[in-house]
Design a protein around this ligand. Structure first.
Ligand SMILES: *Cc1c(COP(=O)(O)O)cnc(C)c1O
Length: 370
């Protein structure tokens, strides 16, 4: 028997996924109108390069990039950037922290790179946060927001680290949503299908002069496949291009989201919106007899909310009921294995829709839990 949630309770938009995430309807309309004669044109010609330029200048402006920082783009998403980093940014040894599946994947990619030393790994159980330990390392790396668990980490240089060491931050689910001081980071990298409300397949990195210098040196010293060569990406990006053909719709939607954010007040605006969504969700869960936030303060993410349910609730069945009512992608991260829902609250999501979502969950729980 399937439950039909009353229409007046439903969110206007039922997309709450954590990647790919909700794309703003206005951006899709722009793609279907202004983009209609632009899609299917050469990425080497001015119209597409103009959009890449909007992304590069827009990101530098959104993040108030310090002097000498550059915005670099390439194909293959954040996963590809992990390999780019192993080839072009880590010299000998990295010190990393692991607090969920995504941070774990980068640690494992580094550990399997034959010419690098075994990384120093600081690990904590999912739901909390740990930063890398001081070590004899030339790179320190962690994630701003662990998308698998909904835990957000502080960003600063690791006290006591070698001043030449680079700090690499996986910003895949924080970029476009959470503020950061780039002076504390040498590579703030991400793919645009989460906070930037675009589609996948692209990686972007805000790189410090020290990161660009390291990459220029290592790409001279090592054999590096072109698709992983950060220096080639730097050279192409400076010309508002990518090494090989990018997904044009991804570029277009990302530029639209950047324009929207910048026109609305930048990261301060994004922060206000995600805070409105997240404070509602966590207050609702804190007060609920059958629900509780998975992550403890001060690590609760403003963009990825993970809510545990009492054993009397079948969270998978709850997610299936919501899905049947067009509220989609609130299933927990597949490998976490908890009785949980995970809710994307990126800037594109309306805070009023998060309120509607919790009302819908309440409505379903009232009818399914004895
Ligand atoms: C989604 C995600 C990734 C992987 O991104 P892809 O573009 O699919 O490679 C990496 N790190 C974090 C923190 C993520 O959320």
């Amino acid at each position: 028997m399937s439950l039909t949630i009353p229409t007046d309770l439903l969110p206007v938009d039922g997309r709450f996924g954590c990647g790919p995430s909700k794309v703003r309807p206005a951006a899709l309309t722009a793609l279907a109108t202004r983009g209609a004669t632009w899609m299917g044109t050469s990425h080497r010609q001015a119209p597409v390069r103009e959009v890449v330029r909007r992304i590069r200048t827009g990101l530098a402006s959104l993040y108030d990039a310090p002097e000498g920082y550059e915005v670099v783009l390439g194909n293959g998403g954040s996963t590809q950037f992990w390999d780019v980093a192993s080839f072009c940014l880590i010299q000998q040894r990295a010190s990393v922290s692991v607090f969920g599946e995504f941070t774990s994947k980068f640690a494992s990619a580094i550990a399997r790179t034959p010419w690098l030393d075994e990384p120093t790994v600081a690990e904590v159980a999912p739901g909390s946060v740990i930063l890398p330990r001081v070590a004899d390392a030339d790179v320190y790396a962690w994630a701003h927001n662990e998308t698998a668990t909904g835990a957000a980490a502080p960003i600063h240089r690791i006290p006591g680290s070698d001043p030449q060491a680079l700090t690499l931050i996986d910003a895949t689910s924080s970029a476009g949503a959470m503020p950061v001081d780039l002076a504390d980071v040498d590579a703030y990298y991400f793919a645009p299908q989460k906070g930037f409300s675009s589609d996948g397949g692209l990686w972007c990195a805000l790189l410090s002069p020290a990161a660009i210098e390291r990459s220029a040196r290592l790409t001279q010293e090592r054999w590096i496949p072109d698709s992983l060569n950060l220096q080639l990406a730097v050279t192409n990006s400076r010309a508002d291009q990518t090494l090989n053909t990018p997904a044009l719709a991804t570029l277009f939607l990302m530029a639209e989201q950047l324009d929207w954010l910048l026109a609305s007040g930048g990261l301060a605006y994004a922060e206000r919106r995600t805070h409105a969504s997240a404070s509602h969700l966590y207050a609702w869960a804190d007060a609920h007899p059958l629900a509780s936030p998975f992550v403890s303060e001060p690590y609760r993410s403003p963009v990825v909310g993970t809510i545990d349910f009492d054993a009397s609730v079948d969270a998978a069945a709850l997610a299936a009921t919501l899905r049947a009512n067009n509220i989609v992608d609130v299933e927990p991260y597949r490998k976490l294995g908890r009785n949980q829902l995970r809710i994307g609250m990126f800037p594109a999501v309306e805070p009023s829709d998060v309120e509607a979502l919790t009302a819908c969950i309440d409505w379903v729980l009232e009818r399914t839990v004895a």
